[in-house]
Write a protein that binds this ligand. Structure first.
Ligand code: NAD
Length: 431
């Protein structure tokens, strides 16, 4: 499948600096919480930024050198934790922002992990499965002891999946001491069930988004049965959110990915479309939908909008076009500051990324706990715990937002910051 991305198709603003945007949220939260200046200074930058270059033999016999990253933002609450992204737009700025967001996400949810993120700058769609396996193994080898079950625990993100995690785990186990093998499966989460993954992890991020939407609907006495949604990105997060929403009676009437956008006023069959994407790699060519432009996608009238692709997708123009009642951020950083200002003026509510998409890291934590205890929880157990965590985080965030008269994003950042600041105050600064 050929990627037809262009700046117009993929980004709302061309001079977007994601890390600066995340830092500005921290500033706002710090002001609100009266955080000591030295803690803000510590949290403003990642602890470690690792860049590796490694060679990989391609199927045609040529050797290509890849650039990989692992950013470790903070580990005051627990080991660094965060996804591995394979995408042609991967950059240091993007990964620093995403790693920082992970610190905030874990602190908000009360998951005892810190923040990390990594990735490789390349387009995984241009490679065979064999090449992807060799790229993943060499990357894991290059990361060496910079990852580990008690130190830094990667997970899937854009362009990676359970298979990628199993390759990472296997490489880590094979390059470590023999006596530790198997005890170290917790080095990555988001694995297949067979290789030590948790029930419910695959759909956990989409499930968390849907839990938040349900809480919002309950609070606002909004009936989800018969409601409509538009979903940008139909990968892991977007497709699972659409599928779980369909079980509540919500129809996804427009969607899009890196190949273009589709609309179906009757509602897509989320299960069939997810299956189509799993086989074909994108929504391109799916027969049950009319092709629309990116602008038409953003203009589609619906009840819910779930961005579940890249950051920086909703700028001023998109925010003015949106004709929905609620935005629940499945993606990290999908709304840029200009877009956010327009949405605030319009009074359009946003469930912020560090809350809405935190179901993934929460179930990753459950997977890590299960691996470390050699346990396997059943799906009901995972779902019961996830629902409890998501509800609690949602209620705390909305209560704080109302109390302090700030938007939920600033509230979520402030609550997380309080928890991080308390850890620093209790521990002091070494030596
Ligand atoms: P994925 O690779 O499974 O899917 C990504 C989707 O975005 C695909 O449909 C892809 O075609 C689409 N996309 C890529 N470029 C695009 C463009 N220019 N325009 C429109 N669509 C485009 O990735 P995912 O795991 O679903 O991640 C999606 C988002 O959710 C990312 O922001 C990621 O950081 C975030 N997230 C993922 C998880 C997780 O557990 N996977 C957890 C938290 C947050």
């Amino acid at each position: 499948m050929v990627a037809v991305t262009s700046p117009k198709m993929s980004a709302a603003s061309e001079d977007y600096r994601f890390f600066k945007v995340v830092q500005s949220y921290i500033e706002q939260a710090a002001e609100l919480t009266g955080l000591p200046a030295h803690i803000k200074t510590i949290l403003a930058e990642p602890k470690n930024e690792l860049i590796v270059h490694f060679p990989v033999r391609m199927d045609d016999g040529e050797t290509r050198v890849f650039k990989g990253y692992r950013i470790q933002h903070n580990n005051v609450i627990g080991p660094y934790k965060g996804g591995i992204r394979y995408h042609e737009q991967v950059s240091l700025d993007e990964l620093k922002a995403l790693a920082t967001q992970m610190t905030w996400k874990c602190a908000l949810l009360g998951v005892p992990f810190g923040g990390g993120k990594g990735g490789i700058k390349f387009n995984p769609r241009e490679h065979s499965k064999d090449e992807l396996r060799r790229i993943t193994r060499r990357f894991t080898h290059a990361l060496g002891n910079n990852i580990g079950p008690a130190h830094d625990i990667p997970a899937p993100d854009m362009g990676t999946n359970a298979q990628t995690m199993v390759w990472m785990m296997d490489t880590y186990l094979n390059t470590g001491p023999t006596y530790e093998k198997n005890g170290q499966r917790a080095v990555v989460t988001g694995k297949t069930i067979n290789s030590g993954g948790s029930e419910g992890r695959e759909a956990a991020t989409g499930q968390g988004v849907v839990h938040c939407i349900k809480e919002w609907a309950r609070e606002n006495r909004f009936d989800l049965e018969g409601a409509t949604a538009i979903v940008q990105g139909f990968g892991n997060v977007g497709s699972n959110a659409a599928l779980l929403l369909s079980k509540l009676g919500v129809s996804t009437i427009a969607t899009g990915d890196h190949t273009g956008y589709l609309r179906n006023e009757e509602g897509f069959n989320a299960h069939k479309l997810q299956g189509y994407v799993q086989v074909n790699g994108s929504i391109d060519g799916y027969p049950r939908g009319e092709k629309i432009t990116r602008d038409e996608f953003f203009e589609t009238k619906a009840d819910l909008f779930i961005p579940a692709a890249l950051e920086n997708q909703v700028g001023r123009e998109e925010a003015m076009k949106l004709d929905v009642r609620l935005i629940a951020e499945g993606a990290n950083g999908p709304i840029n500051p200009e877009g956010e200002a327009v949405l605030a003026d319009r009074g359009l509510p946003v469930i912020p990324d560090i809350l809405a998409n935190s179901g993934g890291v929460t179930v990753s934590y459950y997977e890590w706990v299960q691996n470390r205890n050699s346990e396997h929880w059943d799906a009901e157990e995972v779902q019961r715990r996830l629902l409890h965590m998501m509800r609690r985080a949602y209620q705390r965030t909305m209560f704080y937002a109302a109390e302090k008269r700030v938007n939920p994003r600033v509230a979520a950042y402030a609550l997380a910051l309080q928890s991080l600041a308390t850890s620093y105050e209790e521990r002091g600064i070494f030596p």
